[in-house]
Design a protein. Structure first.
Length: 304
């Protein structure tokens, strides 16, 4: 009986010791917990180099600023769109088409754009070719509204077909995809020939639709080597249909996309595909280059 009692007492003592050890570990160790002031149990543990200097996280070193650094420049103030007109251009946008004229546009040969302007929109004119901006852009935020013909005629790629080309090379498809089956990477909102949209959110033929596009240009290094692919995020009618998609290359028809080196900027191009597609309220904001990637954290050597 005494032996049994001693054995159970030993087991109970061992359980208490293990529980205490687990608690101490969870609180950063008994010594670490005892060394913190009251109310500081959740304070971050600072990493230090062998000389005792605080090592900031990699993402702070990459930006050049510490957390909550008072010397870090504040964001510029930009007047947003008004609440009653959410698609209107913000204060720093370049308006490419305001429903009045095509002064910001050219045809493919550099002459005056030949599409038809009326009632606040511009309409594709058959056999006049593409329309492109006189200016060129790289990283950007683009807003553009479009409508396919109210009378749905034809099918698949022959119904309300056009396209929006970033830098004249990378296409987001425009198409009447309301009850109009076609190949997935060619429907409205597709990165043409590469990626179908995440959802089909097309409105009925004749109704106005919108694309809001965030585009990060590709980068090329020495010898034309691709350093970074282009990336694109697209919202159609307020719904995300591409989320930071890595573009595979310039748009091709029935061919695998591939990159060819080019400059940092290119024109915005709207496609003429024989259908009287309409566009309105086109504006663009040039965006700065993304911040450098954070350096990986390397644990400093421990002092001897």
């Amino acid at each position: 009986m005494l032996k049994n009692r001693a054995r159970w007492a030993g087991i109970a003592l061992l359980a208490v010791v293990l529980a205490a050890g687990s608690l101490a570990a969870g609180l950063g160790g008994a010594e670490g917990f005892a060394g913190r002031a009251a109310g500081e149990a959740d304070a971050p543990v600072l990493r230090r180099d062998p000389d005792g200097n605080v090592i900031e996280p990699a993402e702070q070193r990459a930006s050049g600023f510490s957390v909550h650094d008072e010397k870090r420049p504040a964001a510029p103030v930009v007047a947003p769109a008004t609440a009653d007109q959410p698609g209107s251009p913000p204060g720093d946008a370049l308006v490419l088409f305001d429903g009045k004229d095509l002064s910001a546009w050219r045809d493919a040969q550099g002459g005056p754009a030949r599409w038809k302007v009326q009632d606040g929109y511009v309409e594709v004119v058959k056999k006049t070719g593409t329309m492109q901006t006189a200016g060129e852009f790289g990283n950007c935020q683009l807003h553009i509204e479009w409508a396919t013909p109210a009378k749905a005629e034809g099918g698949s790629q022959g119904r309300g077909n056009s396209g929006v080309f970033l830098m004249g090379r990378y296409e987001i498809q425009v198409l009447d995809s309301y009850n109009n089956p076609t190949y997935a990477d060619g429907q409205a909102g597709a990165v043409y020939g590469q990626a179908p949209p995440l959802a089909n959110v097309c409105r009925r033929p004749g109704e106005w639709q919108s694309y809001d596009i965030i585009f990060l240009r590709p980068m090329f290094g020495e010898g034309g080597l691709l350093v970074r692919p282009g990336r694109i995020t697209v919202l159609q009618n307020g719904v995300a249909i591409h989320n930071n998609y890595a573009i595979q290359g310039a748009t091709e028809h029935k061919k695998l996309a591939q990159y060819a080196p080019h400059g940092d900027k290119g024109p915005l191009v709207l496609q003429e595909h024989g259908n009287p597609v309409r566009f309105r309220n086109i504006w663009i904001r040039e965006l700065p280059e993304e911040q450098p990637a954070a350096l990986p954290y390397v644990e400093p050597p421990k002092p001897n």
